[in-house]
Design a protein around this ligand. Structure first.
Ligand code: BG6
Length: 491
């Protein structure tokens, strides 16, 4: 059983308390932390939203959400009842200037760590923070948690960061990228810096290229309104995929201190070679799913999910080739792709090593396959190192790749906590290592800006792909033009 690190007593106010994120992710995460004894006695969770609800009305909503999103075996009725006793509710339009904050003020204890979690649309962050300050609710021990995406481009991100920054110091600001809270993502630091065998090979001398795939089977579900103003580049690539790239590409930090780790990630983002306007078409692919079938079930097109009669220019798939201008990574492309309605849910990083300079073995031994390290973030978290071995038995010397394979669930035999569990508790503890700093977010927007700009003026709509496929064929061409292929195991 993993050691539970205690956290100080806290009040956590969640704005957007009736929304999808709170009900599907935050409440279950807090329940698990409560169940595992990490939430100190007396800690309070205060839901805040515009709907007029009593404490009991909200608890009922919370109960339903927990029954839906916590595994039945983990939901002990008595435990659930005690957990709901920590949950309170305040009806408030927090973004409006005339809001009455007295109910919330009465509930909160000025001596405690106070977390304001903004699970709302990003354009409301500034006004909520201003109103919190005007209501004198921001104490020394307060923190604000901001969900991604922070803005929809560099200018709006700066505006949000400025208005939040006028109230909360950077050290009090926790920008969530929940991928950083995934166990296997944190494991990247361990893989690279707690072992010697990989780090020595972790350069352009030995590595041919890196692939990062985050594929989802879901469509836009109930989030079409948000998604259509966002798209895969803003929703996934600007944050989740670039953060993964940072963890793979960063130099060893001088310590695990939050800012030292984030300094190194920032350097990576700043080293990303800008893609000039005339190269966007060659280096990026955007797609939008049409009707098809996922897991044997027919599913509709993006436009049908949107309920739109007019075409939409929003991409549900993006693939691109990124390059880093550093000594370590010169001429090592990073191919990134993410999409909705793919054949299966898989997030993985493939580090493809260079081929042997010379082959000792005859052609009859079989095709050459360079070594490959596959880091599976989900599902079946683990990693596999493909090495060439001799096929057993007689019939001549034939070689084929075999995996040195670790599956974390069988290796550790424990439930992997959801990313939000770790991140919420880190925030209460005041550990910002797994949160994005302002300069990181802005550097990521700076890099994607030319792509957004080119796509916004492109005459061509996103390329269609059938739901249940691996995206437009142009995505395959993107990598095959360079004589490489997307990892076959994922596709
Ligand atoms: C979110 C995106 O940040 O990540 C969603 O907004 C996406 O569109 C989700 O579905 C994927 O997260 P996970 O943890 O299910 O891989």
């Amino acid at each position: 059983m993993a050691k539970i690190i205690p956290v100080p007593i806290f009040d956590c106010v969640v704005f957007g308390a009736t929304g999808d994120l709170t009900l599907r992710k935050l409440l279950p995460a807090l329940y698990y932390r409560y169940r595992d004894g990490q939430m100190p006695a007396g800690a309070r969770i205060v839901g805040a939203a515009r709907s007029v609800l009593s404490d009991d009305g909200y608890r009922e909503k919370a109960r339903q959400a927990l029954e839906e999103h916590v595994l039945p075996d983990d939901l002990d009725p008595a435990m659930l009842q005690r957990f709901l006793g920590c949950v309170h509710y305040v009806a408030i339009d927090a973004a409006s200037d005339g809001a009455d904050w007295s109910g919330l003020r009465l509930l909160l204890d000025p001596a405690r760590v106070r977390v304001f979690y903004l699970a709302t649309a990003p354009y409301l962050y500034g006004s909520i923070c201003r109103n919190l300050a005007a209501a004198k609710l921001v104490t020394q021990q307060s923190r604000v948690v901001l969900e991604k995406p922070i803005g929809r481009d560099l200018a709006s991100a700066k505006e949000i960061n400025d208005s939040v920054g006028a109230v909360f110091a950077e050290a009090q600001t926790y920008r969530i990228d929940h991928f950083l809270g995934k166990e296997t993502v944190q494991n990247l630091l361990a893989l690279r810096f707690a072992n010697t065998i990989f780090e020595r090979l972790w350069t352009s001398d030995a590595i041919d290229h890196v692939q990062i795939t985050v594929a989802e089977t879901v469509g836009v579900e109930g989030r079409a309104g948000y998604y259509d103003t966002s798209g895969a580049l803003r929703d996934m690539l600007q944050n989740h995929l670039l953060q993964l790239l940072c963890l793979i590409a960063m130099e060893p930090p001088v310590s695990l201190d939050a800012d030292r780790v984030r300094d190194e990630k920032l350097k990576v983002l700043r080293a990303l070679a800008p893609i000039p306007a005339h190269r966007i078409a060659a280096c990026t692919v955007r797609g939008q799913y049409g009707a098809g079938a996922v897991n044997g079930q027919p599913v509709g097109a993006y436009l049908a999910d949107l309920g739109a009669s007019e075409p939409s220019g929003t991409e549900t798939f993006v693939a691109l080739k990124a390059e880093l201008q550093t000594w370590r990574w010169a001429n090592v492309p990073f191919y990134l792709r993410t999409g909705k309605r793919m054949p299966r849910k898989v997030s993985e990083i493939v580090v493809q090593f260079k081929d042997r300079p010379f082959s000792l073995f005859p052609a009859s031994a079989g095709a050459r396959q360079p070594n490959r390290l596959v880091i599976r973030l989900q599902p079946e978290e683990g990693m596999r190192l493909d090495v060439m071995t001799k096929d057993p038995g007689p019939g001549g010397l034939r070689l084929s790749p075999t995996g040195l394979d670790i599956r974390f669930d069988t290796a550790f035999g424990i439930r992997f906590p959801d990313a939000y569990e770790r991140l919420l508790m880190d925030c209460v503890r005041g550990d910002a290592t797994l949160f994005m700093r302002r300069d990181e977010v802005e550097a990521a927007w700076t890099w994607v800006a030319p792509i957004l700009e080119a796509w916004s003026t492109a005459v061509e709509p996103p390329r269609p792909y059938a739901a249940g496929s691996w995206g437009p064929t142009a995505s395959i061409a993107l990598i095959e033009r360079d004589g490489r292929t997307w990892n076959e195991d994922a596709t």
